[in-house]
Design a protein around this ligand. Sequence first.
Ligand SMILES: [Zn+2]
Length: 450
Amino acid sequence: MKQYQLESALLPQGWARECTVTVADDGIITHVESGTSTPGAERVPGIAIPGMPNAHSHAFQRAMVGNTEYRLSARDSFWTWRQAMYQLANRIEPEELQILATQLFVEMLKAGYTSVAEFHYLHRQKNGAPYPGTNGLWEAIDNAAEIAGIGLTFLPTLYQTSDFGGKPLKREQARFAMDTDVFLRAIEQRLSDRRPNSRTRTGAAFHSLRAVPLDHLREAVLQLRGLDAALPVHIHVAEQLREVKACTQETGRRPIELLLDSGLLTPHWCLVHATHATADELKGIAAAAAIVCVSISTEANLGDGFFDTTRFLKAGGCLCVGSDSQATVSPAEELRWMEYQQRLRRRGARYSPRTQSRTWAPVSGAMPRNTARRPSASPRAPSPSAAGPTGWCWMPRILPWWARRRRPRWTICCLRAQARPSAMSWPRAGGSFRMGGTQPNRTCAGASPP
Ligand SMILES: [Zn+2]
């Protein structure tokens, strides 16, 4: 057992001073008590807020950061960015991925994320053949999370077609290919191999409706429910207008409409980039109690469009955030952008409605990713022991302070019951990866100590 004495902490009921947090030997917070002073507890000065789950990440894209920030032609768009991403995806070997991911996960911890949902669609060797035996690319992510000390929800991602209408994968997408049977067997294996108290969990993801035909998705979801009815399921839904249009042309319905009509959505689903959702779709997602993951830094970086946070929250929706393409790895910045985006849209000085007291990223972000040890049967009412819920209404008080700091002074990773003050050394990634080809060279060296 380990105890921490927090000088000031944000609890479900609001700010509290002198809180004692008790962490069991298995790394789970078992008790939080305010207004106490516990002799022998390790003191954490300043203010403490719940650790932020990063609900959407593609670790390998860390190697692209800084390399796509200039314009090569007037036609540059999300789709040309995707071509650059394919070039990178087709060069990475497992050892390089482990280096990149380790550095990235350390960066996440230093920024205040304490766990990450890795949406992983890089499955095959460079020649398109499956890995014999263990999948080195999957193992690289597991190893990186272990070395960095971050909680991981690994999301093997089904990717089967290049567009709506079952179009075959393109040559540059060959490493993403996976059969439904292989996908299901691999997830089943990971679930049965999970060690007690491991920081690593497994969920499932479907890249998008353009990459997985709806009938394949339905079949896989029903079988996944047989493995674990509470398995987290993630999907990219409506990031680009072009994909919404293509879906409508092919099926007569928009992607989110298709998902809603399928009746498959549950509170264990996380819809990533519901950027171009209609008002009715937002209401439908909220009614299904599915979560929306917003990555405003990536959505802004790629010029995707505005997600209507205001409307979604008014409908009772739950939000979480993710670093996605890693253009920014900072929960403070994601939340600040979310707030400022609404101010810009509404031309008002403050957003943050007080009515949304249980709709903040630390709460909802934790739900679709963690199947084990969920603190409450009701996804909308986690218990205080989960270090949440907090409240959207507190954000303006936190953000000016948080966003000005370069990084949190401490990051407490509950599952290992460890606290890392800034003076402590962090693991190094242990190598480097250099981008080449048509992109300017940029080195991702080992993680530097804070
Ligand atoms: Zn993504």
